[in-house]
Design a protein around this ligand. Sequence first.
Ligand code: GAP
Length: 542
Amino acid sequence: MADSKDQKQQDTMEKIVSLCKRRGFIFQSSEIYGGINGFWDYGPLGSELKRNVKDLWWRSMTQEREDVAGLDATIILHPKVWEASGHTSTFSDPMVDCLLSKKRFRADQINPLSGTAWFWTGATDAESDKVCNDKFSMLQLPGKDANWVRKGATQFYKARGLQAPVLQGETTEQVTNTTRYNEENGSLLTEPRAFNLMFKTYVGPVESNDNVAYLRPETAQAIFTEFKNICEVSRKAIPFGICQIGKAFRNEINPRNFTFRSREFEQMELEFFIRPDEVAAQFGEVPDGEAESEPQPNWGWKAWHLYWLRKRLEWYASIGLTSENLELYWQKPEELAHYARATVDILFKFPFGTQELEGIAARGNFDLSQHQKFSGKSMEYFDESAKAKYIPHVIEPSAGVDRMVLALICHAYHEEEVTDEKGKTETRIVMKFHPRVAPIKVGVFPLLKNKPALVAKAREVLAMLRPYMTVFYDEAGAIGRRYRRQDEAGTPFGVTIDFDTLGENEDPSLKDTVTLRERDSMKQVRVKIDDLLHLLLKKINS
Ligand code: GAP
């Protein structure tokens, strides 16, 4: 049962990846050169979708609030930033290398194996006096015999310079649930070693240790380094936040699940600075949870944490992702990052599993304290209303744009059986994006392309709508096929200009009306051209 479910989910994912390429949502980067693992390009529809997600986030996080300011900082920061944040020393994954294929794996993602393990103490060369005393081991994989195992060992010693290795000191042992071997070829793996995920580069023409810099692995740190500047220029008083959208880079060992784990991606992060609990207590008892729906001066980190969780869930609902598709995961104390007091992850039910879209962390005052320590510059803030000086604490909702886009694509993907007017049944692929995020809001179609009056009217309608929304004009092929193309692109509305619009049919009341087709219900209604813009804007934003 589980297998067929897994297969179905894998099939769904394959269909989604194929649609993304076919319709121009997402392509593999540098595809003509065979692609580059972990890097993705957004095509015409994908870039619109991504832009909508970022614009909606930015709007709700800054423009619609009085207590958040924006920032657009550089990708390369002073390397000390990463020492202060802990990324230079701790931003790493434990890695193992295959001693035969040299492939690298994350140690915590190795599947446990059982079977006969073979060991050799070394090998001598039948064609010279050479000796190699390196120990080696192979796990005999299911269906493989002793010859296969010895062949692997021979290959290992050949790679160490022996022309005709004669294996020495052979022993065997039964092992269970070991993670020391590569399941692809049975070879022994190295001991786990920490592998830093930051991409390294050099600033200036000289490639020396003094010039090392890193592509930022998160956007958050620049917010902390600009905290004082923004405090001064924005004249905002704590509690207030700074947010940023931008690229982040991580040399992920195992990029996978399409864009879900990429090496280059975008983040949308807010650092919301708050009073330490002991300062908030001056304004009344600090609540243990979110006491009132709107922020209060006595809120401590717990209330703010819950507040931001609520705000973020409201935002997800506004783009069509609700509790039906999302799950919350409160990290256990032993899972928390060293700086975090609490973290709640917002997860989405992807076809490949329920996985993180966003983390909302209560980071204490770790980051600002670290930057104060490493830069020697004060990060203290004087709170006029509390008459207190302190290093602010922070709540951080941190979301990935690419994961959000992938979640929206997976959520939108539908296959439906539909029957046309001639009774023929076919499968309709339809991307049911919320109109707010849909890359194109409306398709405009003249019924026939060889009737100049229809084309002219359609172009008129197009010009009327274009300043207010993304529109797409299509005159090629049968109208049903044009609708299907827009269904696959996720366009929520289609407007068709026909002979009724021109007043050339029997019912004169239909002159200057168009057919408005809704993507999900496929229902069509007649609408006056004069009412069209208002109606569409209302539907898109409702
Ligand atoms: N400043 C905190 C921070 O960076 P994170 O959990 O490492 O926290 C935040 O990243 C979000 O960034 C994640 O929830 C995810 O949406 C996105 N993200 C992280 N690594 C990613 C990757 N390799 N590919 C795509 N998105 C990623």
